[in-house]
Each structure stands twice: as C-alpha cells, then as structure tokens.
Design a binder for this molecule. Structure first.
Ligand SMILES: N[C@@H](CCC(=O)N[C@@H](CS)C(=O)NCC(=O)O)C(=O)O
Length: 224
C-alpha cells in the first residue's frame, strides 16, 4: 500500500516517520511505501482539508482513498496493517514483558497526555515572548519546565523498572518511537531558553543515548 505523507518537521510528524521507516526495516519489501509532501506551517500553509480536516500535519492518504490524521491514530492503523508480528505494538496480552494493554496505555500517555500538555503551553509561551508579555512568558516557561520534570521522573522510574525500553522488550516499540522526537525537541530547542537537561535522570538519559543510535531515529532527525 502506498501513502502520501503530509509532513512538517515537528514531533507529531517525526514519530510517524520513525514508525514508517521502522516498519520497512522490520518487513523488507512488505512495509509501507510513501511520498513525503512538505507542508510549511510557518508560511501558513495547511494540509488540504480533504486529507486532514483541520489542515494539520501529520496526515496520510492511501491508494485506496482512505485518509488518516492524528499521529496516534495513524501509528495504530499502520501497526494494524503492517506490524503483523507485533514487533512495534505487541499483539499478545499475556506476555508479562510486553503486554498489548501496557503498550497502548504508555503510548496514549505520551501522545495524548505528555504531548498535549506541552503543546498547550509552547504556542502561548512563544506568543507571550513575542508580544513582550514577559511575566506571562516567564510563567508559561516555568510551567513547561515543571511539566518536563514531571514526565522525566515518570519515565525514568518506568525505565528503571523495565530495563532498556519503555516496554520490557529487546527493541523499541511505538512507545519509544513516540517519546523520542518529543523529548529530543525539548532538549535541543534553544527558543524560549528552556535549558532542560536529563543528565540527572540516569535511566532516561541512557535510554535517550541508546535511541539516538537507532537508525530510524537518526534518519528521521536528519530529515529536513
Ligand atoms: N494531536 C495531533 C496534533 C497535530 C498538530 O497539532 N499538528 C501541528 C504541527 S505540530 C499543526 O499542523 N499545526 C497547524 C496549525 O496549528 O495551524 C497529532 O498528534 O497529530
């Protein structure tokens, strides 16, 4: 099956790109093929409403005429179609190391809770800074730092419990591939001077370094 992939360089599109790439590595010749359609949101461009009702990225459109929007829904549907062995989203709910119910729960924690909390703060913070409302900007930036700290502690504890990855699996799942672009964006962003570091979170820091070596992560982060 072939897709048009409406992409903007942000964690929501990057997590979809990492999953698309990983599926092709796991299932050579049987994975999803795709053309990337760049959307420059900074210029006010939008995805055609036919493919994404609010014009947001990421969105996918397949050769059968189906559209997919919302990164979480896109990734789950891609796994339903292509991840037949459950390498990225475990199929089995009896395996104590990688239960499907656990994977879905952590996946939604990242894509719905963590991502949305940060997204709700970052845009108002950028506007407050631009409009020189410094007290508002300061408050929002502090709230972003508190939110990052809360999640860093939470994921550090989880990784201490599981070992290498968010699921107790020998390889990254959709949970890791969804957290990585989000965390990486905030760790490398110089806008807003957030200066958040995970050096003190031993397990999360080790996980982050391991994820930076993953070829699908590298390919996506290098993609402009
Ligand atoms: N919850 C959605 C969020 C999608 C979203 O907010 N996309 C942003 C880019 S990161 C966008 O297209 N914004 C366009 C706009 O605000 O006009 C997802 O996970 O896909």
């Amino acid at each position: 099956m072939h897709f048009d992939f409406y992409y903007y360089r942000s964690p929501n599109s990057q997590r979809v790109m990492m999953v698309l790439d990983k599926l092709n590595k796991l299932y050579p010749g049987e994975g999803p093929t795709y053309d990337v359609k760049h959307i420059d949101l900074r210029k006010g461009d939008k995805v055609d409403m036919l493919y994404s009702p609010k014009g947001y990225c990421p969105a996918l459109f397949d050769t059968n005429g189906s559209r997919y929007f919302e990164s979480g829904a896109i990734i789950l549907r891609l796994c339903e179609i292509f991840d037949v062995n459950g390498a990225l989203l475990p199929l089995d709910d009896t395996n104590p190391h990688a239960k499907r119910s656990e994977a879905l729960s952590w996946f939604f924690n990242i894509t719905a809770d963590f991502a949305m909390k940060l997204q709700g703060l970052i845009i108002p913070a950028i506007h407050a800074k631009k409009d020189e409302k410094s007290q508002v900007a300061e408050f929002l930036i502090q709230t972003i730092k508190d939110t990052l700290k809360e999640f860093a502690e939470f994921y550090n504890d989880r990784l201490e419990e599981t070992g290498s990855y968010i699921m107790d699996s020998p390889h990254p799942t959709i949970c890791d591939l969804s957290l990585m672009p989000l965390l990486h964006t905030f760790l490398t962003m110089d806008m807003l001077e957030i200066n958040f570091s995970i050096e003190d979170y031993e397990y999360l820091n080790t996980w982050y370094k391991r994820m930076l070596e993953n070829s699908s992560v590298q390919k996506t982060l290098a993609f402009k």
